[in-house]
Write a protein that binds this ligand. Structure first.
Ligand SMILES: NC(=O)C1=CN([C@@H]2O[C@H](COP(=O)(O)OP(=O)(O)OC[C@H]3O[C@@H](n4cnc5c(N)ncnc54)[C@H](OP(=O)(O)O)[C@@H]3O)[C@@H](O)[C@H]2O)[C@@H](O)CC1
Ligand SMILES: Nc1ncnc2c1ncn2[C@@H]1O[C@H](COP(=O)(O)OP(=O)(O)OP(=O)(O)O)[C@@H](O)[C@H]1O
Ligand SMILES: [Mg+2]
Length: 357
């Protein structure tokens, strides 16, 4: 039955794309609305994500100096996972951040450095297998002191891509999060960062500069822990609103066929056509993207005194760009589309939506 409705949706999506090619009068927004209806998304929640993206993307101004377009740091990368932090950090650069750092374990650092000379990689974190019981305290103090030297320079942290679940390492990351919060540094929390936060809600509860970006599994765990019930898709937007509100007004980006966003006050969605390929790593691109757009949205808010929640704007713009890049990559690579192919399409997608002036 599920397979059957999946097939129908795919055929409908194919039909919509054919219409888009043949009938130039069908606007992106109309296509989006049609897809929302077909996928079961609530059309009245759908935002004009492309306009939002344009409104927060800075111009390339020759008077600006390095760093003003964003300094992002990804806290993640361990012995098992080196791809995820790389995807997140390189995506931030490709979108337009000036500097992208990775704070990872000592073992992961040479590997991540070898992927790209563009990234600034800090081999600071340690996992239990490398640390004697009696050295734990001094090591975590040293890690925190090192991170503190950089913390206030970052416009946003991404916590969790490829972080792993080692208890000692997660304790160190909890301390980093506490310091980031004291310094008002925004945090996008993804992957194993969500595993940490689901068990330590105090780390983000009531912090408006925290963004959680759960996938299906991560969302399920959050709902079970926070709301003490199961995911209810009949009333998905309302449940998301309650979840964000119960965690004190953090912003949540619930990833799926449509992406939904809530900060506990409102719920919005983005259903722009993405890709039917579900290769691992696409969420990592999204986390790096959200970090950049959130930083830009904060700059706009500071300059123009606007009151729209920058975390919501950052999520909406990140989701729109990720989906557009995924669809471009899929047009070209079809079944063999990989995360690296999508990353290669970030620049062209951004240029299509928001050309350099
Ligand atoms: N190329 C790369 O480097 C990529 C790396 N990636 C990185 O992978 C990490 C996990 O993210 P993910 O998306 O696989 O998590 P998710 O869907 O909850 O889990 C799926 C199933 O696996 C299990 N499980 C997972 N981790 C576990 C652990 N450490 N130890 C034990 N169990 C674990 C989990 O079990 P459960 O917790 O549900 O019992 C569930 O059944 C995260 O850091 C992410 O950034 C991705 O971004 C993709 C590209
Ligand atoms: N069924 C779907 N149809 C279209 N787009 C989707 C679908 N599911 C997820 N996406 C999009 O793919 C991106 C990544 O979401 P996904 O749920 O794959 O994250 P993830 O599991 O955390 O990924 P990762 O493998 O990086 O950990 C999001 O931008 C989301 O909008
Ligand atoms: Mg993920």
């Amino acid at each position: 039955m599920q397979q059957c409705s999946g097939g129908i949706i795919r055929r409908q999506q194919h039909l919509i794309r054919c219409l888009a090619v043949n009938e130039t009068l069908i606007s992106v927004n109309k296509i989006t609305r049609m897809q929302s209806v077909m996928s079961g998304a609530s059309p009245n929640l759908e935002v004009d994500a492309l306009s939002i993206l344009r409104s927060i993307s800075p111009t390339l101004d020759p008077n600006k100096h390095k760093g003003q377009a964003g300094k992002i740091a990804v806290v993640g990368g361990c012995r098992e996972y080196t791809g995820a932090p790389y995807f997140s950090a390189i995506s931030a650069l490709k979108i337009g951040a000036d500097l992208s750092h990775v704070i990872c374990t000592k073992d992961a650092a040479p590997v991540i450095k070898s992927y790209s000379p563009e990234l600034i990689v800090h081999p600071l974190l340690e996992e239990s297998y490398n640390v004697r019981e009696e050295d734990r305290k001094s090591i975590s103090t040293r890690v925190l002191a090192e991170v503190d030297k950089w913390l206030e320079r970052f416009d946003c942290l991404v916590i969790g891509p490829g972080l792993g679940r080692d208890p000692f390492l997660l304790d160190c990351v909890s301390d980093i999060m506490k310091h980031a919060r004291q310094s008002n540094v925004p945090m996008v929390i993804d992957g194993d960062g969500l595993f940490l936060v689901t068990n330590r809600l105090d780390l983000v509860s009531g912090y408006p500069l925290a963004v959680l970006t759960p996938n299906v599994n991560e969302y399920k765990r959050l709902v079970q822990t926070v709301l003490n019930c199961e995911v209810n898709d009949q009333d998905g937007p309302q449940q998301l609103l309650s979840l964000a509100s119960s965690i004190g007004g953090v912003t949540i980006l619930r990833k799926g066929q449509s992406d939904y966003f809530s900060d506990g006050k409102e719920v919005k969605s983005v259903s722009i056509f993405g890709s039917p390929r579900r290769c691992g790593g696409q969420g990592d691109i999204l986390s790096g993207s959200v970090a950049v757009f959130l930083s830009w949205a904060r700059q706009v808010a500071a300059k123009e005194g606007t009151h729209t929640n920058p975390a919501m704007l950052g999520c909406i713009a990140g989701s729109a760009l990720m989906r557009k890049a995924a669809s471009l990559a899929f047009e070209d690579k079809k079944r063999s589309t990989l995360t690296s192919d999508i990353i290669e399409c970030l620049g062209r997608s951004l240029e299509d939506i928001c050309p350099v002036r």
